[in-house]
Design a protein. Structure first.
Length: 155
């Protein structure tokens, strides 16, 4: 038995005091409108994200190629160039460099050049990192794919 002052009893009494208007918007109408708007918002956000990713992907490829060419113009041999997307706005380029070049003290300039490329390119909607590694017999490109490097530069 429900006590007279219980919340359930109060709710019942309250609902009897209200009647739905004939042409009024119902709670179902409000929920449907919310869900439709939410879906439209998701669709719009997905479109914006895809466009931003595409623009950033092109920018990351272009910067990576430019850095590659700069290093080769300095006499360094870049054996491989791989690109990974860490998010919609963040990318990582792995440059595989000839082992002898990598060990050469003059190669240190490459790090400064890569940092300058990064600093010039980074913004609120784009970030890139450049990582260098020496070429070796044990370097496995299949492992790079498993690490998320989904794009490889072909000369």
């Amino acid at each position: 038995m429900i006590p007279v002052n219980s919340p359930a009893k109060s709710r019942k009494d309250t609902t009897q005091k209200w009647e739905t208007q004939e042409n009024a918007v119902t709670h179902n109408d409000v929920i449907d409108a919310f869900l439709t708007g939410k879906e439209v918002g998701r669709s719009e956000q997905l479109s914006v994200n895809l466009r931003l990713f595409g623009e950033n992907y092109e920018k990351a490829k272009s910067l990576s190629e430019t850095l590659h060419k700069q290093l080769e113009s300095m006499g360094f041999k870049v054996v491989g160039l791989h690109l990974r997307a860490d998010s919609i706005t963040s990318f990582n380029t792995l440059l595989i460099v000839d082992k002898m070049d990598y060990l050469n003290e003059s190669f240190l300039k490459s790090f400064s050049i890569a940092r300058a490329f990064k600093n010039d390119a980074d913004s609120d909607t784009f970030n890139i990192a450049f990582t260098f590694t020496p070429d070796s017999d044990t370097l496995d490109e299949n492992c790079l794919e498993h690490d998320g490097f989904f794009a490889k530069y072909k000369k």
